[in-house]
Ligand binder design. Structure first.
Ligand code: PGA
Length: 314
């Protein structure tokens, strides 16, 4: 078989996302280029690797076997790259960082300062939800991850670098806007717009409501924080989001935070990497930078947004 490493990398990305378009985005390729690589791999193997049932994709038995071996090959390749990177100085080399979609509201600011300080380091940024971040860590597919909670089943090192309070948001004309000390039970009467099941925000919100015995009503489900905010503004329901996603809407009065007992849900952002991973000088510099700079940046960001008084809303 004349299989190329490139084909295996593309194949692995398609499996990770089970979606050609999303894999193409992550790989910075076009969708036809991704399909072509997979087709060529299937021709080399002589068996189909994916099955399509309606709009959903699954791996065939051959696909599962190839995935198993390609993970091992890609892991070895990355380890080789890590070792080579560690032989270079801090002003050279590559660094791949993956962040939760919610982190992406401040990650570009952070990375811009890092880039100014270390212009020789080529940074690649992948923005995705919690579930995909856990898979990336499992596959050792990335140097550093910024996420809401370290995964349980993967052996990782993790360090807290910033607070991440989750709050209840509503449109400014909502009947609860400006009301003080809303009892948590009152939320049972409200519909909530939800992130997708792989989202860390959604997981934290569901856990919180379950722990407090609040049977909240499920509204529409959306994969992006931007869509959630638009839905809340349009009156489709309330939502629970990280304060880091709503800085702009609060400043312009497009959304308000409700003063609900028990909120904010107190979470933190973590810097995470595989335990035992040989960190390159670039990765070590990034770790130290995030731990210091993010704390400094957090001082400029609202960690808890004051709830507006009724008078402020009129
Ligand atoms: P997410 O954010 O909701 O975009 O997955 C990560 C997290 O809060 O854990």
């Amino acid at each position: 078989m004349n299989i190329s490493l490139r084909q295996l990398r593309v194949f692995e990305a398609v499996v990770r996302h089970m979606n050609y378009t999303r894999a193409a985005e992550v790989l910075h390729l076009t969708q036809p280029a991704v399909s072509m690589q997979v087709r060529q791999l299937e021709e080399e193997v002589g068996l189909p690797l994916f099955e399509k049932l309606g709009r959903s994709m699954t791996l065939t038995e051959a696909g599962q076997e190839i995935y198993h071996y390609s993970q091992g090959i890609n892991r070895a390749l990355r380890e080789m790259e890590d070792v080579m990177e560690s032989l270079k100085g801090v002003n050279r080399g590559r660094l791949s960082v993956a962040v939760a979609s919610t982190v992406n509201y401040f990650a570009p600011r952070l990375l811009a300062v890092f880039h100014q300080r270390y212009p020789g380091i080529a940074l690649a940024l992948d923005v995705t939800n919690r579930e995909q971040l856990v898979r990336l860590l499992e596959a050792n597919g990335v140097d550093m991850v910024l996420m809401g909670l370290p995964p349980e089943g993967v052996d990782v090192e993790s360090e807290i670098f910033m607070d991440n309070p989750l709050v209840v948001v509503a449109p400014p004309d909502h009947s609860l806007a400006g009301v003080r000390d809303i009892p948590l039970e009152r939320l049972a009467q409200e519909v909530f717009v939800l992130r997708e099941p792989g989202s860390g925000t959604r997981q934290a919100m569901e856990r919180f409501f379950t722990e407090h015995g609040i049977p909240f009503q499920r509204g529409m489900q959306m994969t992006r924080n931007e869509a959630i905010k638009q839905a809340v503004r349009a009156g489709l329901g309330l939502s629970v989001v990280s304060v880091h996603t709503i800085e702009l809407e609060l400043a312009t009065g497009k959304l308000v935070v409700l003063d609900v007992a028990g909120f904010p849900i107190r979470r933190q952002w973590y810097l995470v990497y595989r335990h035992g991973k040989r960190l390159s000088p670039a990765a070590r510099a990034f770790r130290e930078f995030v731990l210091q700079e993010a704390r400094r940046m957090a001082g400029d960001m609202p960690s808890w947004i004051p709830v507006p008084q009724q008078a402020d809303l009129n």
